[in-house]
Design a protein. Structure first.
Length: 305
């Protein structure tokens, strides 16, 4: 699947991924009202509103971006109806030809980690059939439990040609409380990066591994170091735009050919209609506002090459 992602990035000249993180307040009022009118003030109404909102965004951007990244917590908060919308969203995005990165941040050990891997990027056996559940193309994974927690995901990646992005240096302000701590003079995030590089050697694609990394846009100097530490890992870069990362900050994450990284924007695109200069589109034009914001992001990032 890494080669599919790379080819779509090259074809569209857009190293960007749209985060489908549909907070209730991001959804235009007319969509929310219609869902509540049909389903009452219920979790089902919330899930339906999220679905209609997502569908509008996906239809507007599917021809200009290579990938989307639904954050599962934004769906889980609405219980089982929300998870059904997560599944519906994944399926719809794949129908539209988008690569789907499930932002699930799973990580455990042994059979539990194997079950997470099976549920999201693998299959489960029911009688004579092998069945896929959520079936994303990539997922995010937490490495805190070490190799025991990562190996089951790598095994599934190798078997099904799926991918993972391992948290290495995250974009949030307090990430340094753990990730920047030094062990024998070396920061923990760099040690994790070295493990990502080692793990990635187990399942290589043509030029890049199926094992990638998450490195926040808010720490470009650290990104520069990690790009060297993980030469074959594709880097998923959160933190652009709303979290303060700029296009200039992103240059160290890419290789000289303009590949090697894919940059995420969530609310900066899906809630663009609430922000200047896209507020002119209004609530009814939220999808077109998202498209224009994605086009601007593409132009902005390509300006660094």
């Amino acid at each position: 699947m890494i080669h599919v992602l790379v080819e779509r990035i090259k074809k569209l000249e857009a190293p960007i991924v749209v985060g489908l993180d549909p907070m209730w307040q991001y959804i235009p009022e007319f969509i929310r009202k219609e869902a509540v009118r049909e389903h009452g003030e219920t979790l089902e109404a919330a899930a339906e509103a999220v679905w209609q909102f997502n569908k509008g965004i996906v239809d507007a951007v599917c021809d200009i971006v290579p990938a989307v990244k639904p954050q599962i917590a934004m769906y889980e908060q609405f219980g089982i109806p929300g998870l059904m919308t997560f599944q519906r969203t994944v399926d719809y995005c794949k129908e539209k030809g988008l690569v789907v990165i499930g932002d699930v941040k799973r990580g455990d050990i042994g059979s539990t980690s194997a079950a997470y891997a099976a549920g999201h990027i693998g299959t489960v056996r029911i009688g004579e059939k092998e069945l896929a559940a959520f079936d994303e193309d990539f997922i995010t994974v937490n490495p805190y439990l070490g190799t025991d927690g990562i190996q089951p995901f790598i095994d599934v990646c190798r078997e099904r040609k799926k991918g993972i992005f391992i948290l290495v240096k995250t974009s949030n302000p307090s990430s340094g409380e753990f990730q920047d701590q030094k062990i024998d003079g070396k920061p923990l995030y760099e040690m994790v990066g070295e493990y990502v590089s080692k793990w990635g050697g187990q399942c290589m694609g043509d030029a890049y591994s199926y094992v990638g990394a998450v490195v926040g846009a808010t720490y470009p100097e650290m990104g520069k170091t990690l790009r060297k530490v993980m030469p074959k890992a594709y880097i998923l870069v959160p933190g652009y735009g709303a979290q303060g990362g700029t296009a200039k900050d992103l240059a160290p994450y890419f290789n000289e050919d303009g590949l090697g990284a894919i940059v995420n924007s969530s609310r900066g695109i899906i809630a663009a209609y609430k922000q200047p200069p896209y507020d002119k589109y209004g609530e009814s034009g939220y999808a077109e506002a998202a498209r224009q914001a994605a086009l601007f992001m593409k132009e902005d990032i390509n300006s660094i090459f």
